[in-house]
Design a protein around this ligand. Sequence first.
Ligand code: S3P
Length: 170
Amino acid sequence: MKNIILIGFMGVGKGSVAREIVKQSNMIAVDTDDIIESMENRRIKKIFEEEGETYFRSLETDVATWLRTSVQDTLISTGGGFYKVKNLKKIGTVVLLHAEFETIYQRILDHPNAARKLKKRPLFQKIDKAKALYDERESAYLKQADIVIDVSGKSVEKIAKELLKKVKKI
Ligand code: S3P
């Protein structure tokens, strides 16, 4: 089986869906932000503060190269900007988790740790800026995707089930 790469905007639920897919299948999962944090031994927020976004994006490129050359049969959840790396499709089947911006924002606010969820995301500090980023990226996300899953109003169980079914058909 090819790798599955989950892409989508910050807060859409890539991490939760990845954890549920692991439960429903025998796949092993990795997360690009987690890999970067362990490579650097500091949080994403700190990397942005201390080195800036360009440096962070270069780490994403390094991770993409490693995934493409060394990782198989794996579920890969990604940071919201990872979809931009070159040759994304060479890493595996690209699945976009899609929802409207308002739905995503509400999902974050409904979380018991909403403040922490927002604080750790340097590009989600101002809602109007985050919305502008969403608008800027929406069509690019769709272009990159082999499969699109609309996650609005669905449980993670349902999303994971739908995803695994669609991936099997490819
Ligand atoms: C980013 C999304 C974040 C993280 C970084 C940049 C982005 O990941 O990679 O803050 O450019 O959208 P999440 O999508 O998990 O929040």
